[in-house]
Design a protein around this ligand. Structure first.
Ligand code: ADP
Length: 492
């Protein structure tokens, strides 16, 4: 397969099943669009149930040998994959930018680097797949083993496709599982490059990567009788379907779902770096298509106007444009459906009594930015935590700023959501910061920064934001192994 996708040229890209690059059994294809130009750039197989069957059978056959490879030897292959990914980082990053519309410099390149880092991190942890001994007495040896589960069925979304694929593949195969991974309809191309890189270092069938739609290809994977574990990242609505499918066969399931994360700013935090941090937390440079976007800004009344002023000035300076241009900070929304959805939220905000649109708004209808699904960072002031914009995950660059005066009240508002993924707190007072961090019902709280996730730090949601953790040693052990206890009578 020719791996190079340096320019938006129409290509047909096969999927990976049992070590072979194949078309869909049906012969049908899906189109992949460059959202910056609204042009089709590639076709991929439209995988469905027969393809899922073959892929799972290959993964199941590969499991019997892969699971018995010495863990550190498996880890070594991951380390080689990390090196190989690094050697083609630019090609992969450009592919991400082309298919997702995420800016090359601010998003796609860092994502490609992080994906390689994830393989390196988990590759180094292979020796930590340890069990323990249980002190049952002098005449008994009781010990535990961390055993792999079998075939993992993984489904990922389009917003950070390479990173999320790496986060499923690396810990799962390091722990001795095999995998069938379904890519997202809108962003399969970089993940196919990742699959190609992995395939060069793994036995056939250990990793199978399918392209196709959720209902046609994802659903049969969820329900396949030989799949032993489901790992899903995407919307809460589909996450619930994954959990239902898992319940049929009592399968373990990991879910990384949506968010509506609060930024709580205390009155002593009003400097420029706070505004920069809130912009970073809001993920404006990924068009806020991130489940950790800090999209509800709770600013203390005393600094509400002055901090918003700084924030809006800085957000308005972000450069929106062609994702492949090195000067670009902010790229495009992924597709027309999502673009219209985000516009709908902006219209909803504009229809609220007393709303105050401080930045952005509906996208331009003429000029170069109207060629793609571009949207400007949008900030609504005078917002209420009851607005639909404050309650639903928009997955677009629309932030609401809500004033507060009472500490207990702001914590109540921050927690008044069925989501609980991330939160951000801004203050110089360490006691206040940590008190608030402990009160907030979210899986990840950052104080005085709005950074992205790092390998080693357990990441996942409270409430309807998910189940299980990713990014860490615990995630590999808890999500991708099962514990067997062996008890031996030493007197016989
Ligand atoms: P998003 O709105 O971010 O696309 P989704 O949850 O709809 O989030 O999609 C995430 C992933 O889930 C995609 O790979 C999609 O194809 C898949 N998916 C969507 N619907 C289903 C379904 N019914 N069964 C299995 N997978 C699905």
């Amino acid at each position: 397969m020719n791996a190079c996708l340096a320019s938006p040229i129409l290509q047909t890209r096969p999927m990976l099943i049992g070590g072979k690059w194949v078309e869909a059994a049906s012969g049908e294809v899906l189109s992949v669009e460059n959202p910056a130009r609204r042009q089709v750039i590639a076709h991929v197989p439209r995988g469905s149930a027969p393809d899922v069957d073959i892929a799972v059978e290959h993964a199941s056959a590969a499991f019997s040998t892969w699971s018995k490879v010495v863990p550190r030897d498996r880890g070594l292959q991951l380390l080689r994959i990390a090196d190989a990914l690094e050697s083609r980082l630019e090609e992969i990053a450009r592919t991400i930018a082309l298919e997702t519309g995420n800016a090359l410099r601010t998003q796609a390149r860092p994502e490609a680097k992080l994906a390689a880092d994830i393989f390196r991190y988990f590759g180094g942890l292979a020796g930590e797949l340890k069990g323990m001994t249980v002190p049952l007495g002098e005449h008994v040896l009781s010990y535990t083993r961390r055993e792999p589960l079998g075939v993992v069925g993984a489904i990922i979304p389009w917003n950070a496709p390479l990173l999320l694929a790496a986060l499923k593949i690396a810990p799962a195969i390091c722990a001795g599982n095999t995998m069938v991974l379904k890519t997202a309809e809108d962003a399969p191309l970089a993940v196919l490059l990742l699959a190609e890189t992995c395939q060069a270092h793994l036995p056939d069938g250990v990793l199978n990567v399918l392209t196709g739609t959720g209902p046609e290809c994802g659903a049969p994977l969820l329900h396949h009788p030989l799949v032993a574990k489901l790992s899903f990242t995407g919307s809460t609505a589909v996450g619930k379907l994954v959990m239902q499918a898992a319940s049929e066969r009592v399968l373990p399931v990991s879910l990384e779902l949506g968010g509506k994360s609060p930024c709580v700013v205390f009155p002593d935090a009003h400097e420029d770096w706070v505004a920069d941090g809130i912009i970073a937390a809001m993920r404006f440079t990924r068009q806020s298509q991130s489940c950790t976007a800090g999209s509800r800004a709770f600013l203390h009344e005393k600094i509400y106007d002055s901090l918003l002023d700084k924030l809006v000035q800085k957000a308005s300076k972000l450069r929106i444009g062609d994702p492949l241009d090195e000067e670009t900070d902010v790229g495009t929304i992924i597709n027309e459906k999502q673009f219209r959805r985000v516009c709908g939220y902006i219209e909803d905000g504009l229809s609220q009594p007393n709303n105050k649109l401080l930045a952005g708004g509906l996208p331009p209808t003429e000029g170069p930015l109207s060629e793609g699904y571009y949207m400007r960072p949008t900030v609504f002031a005078n917002a209420s935590n009851e607005w639909r914009l404050a309650r639903e995950e928009i997955f677009g660059p629309v932030m609401v700023a809500i004033p507060w005066t009472d500490e207990a009240d702001v914590i109540r508002m921050a927690n008044d959501s069925h989501y609980g993924l991330a939160a951000y707190i801004w203050t110089h007072d360490v006691g206040k910061a940590l008190r608030t961090a402990h009160e907030i019902q979210s899986g990840w709280v950052q104080v005085n920064q709005g950074s992205g996730q790092s390998p080693g730090q357990p990441y996942g949601g409270y409430k309807q934001s998910g189940l299980g953790r990713e990014f860490s040693l615990e995630s590999m052990l808890d999500s991708f192994t099962q514990i067997k206890a062996v008890t031996v009578n030493l007197t016989r």
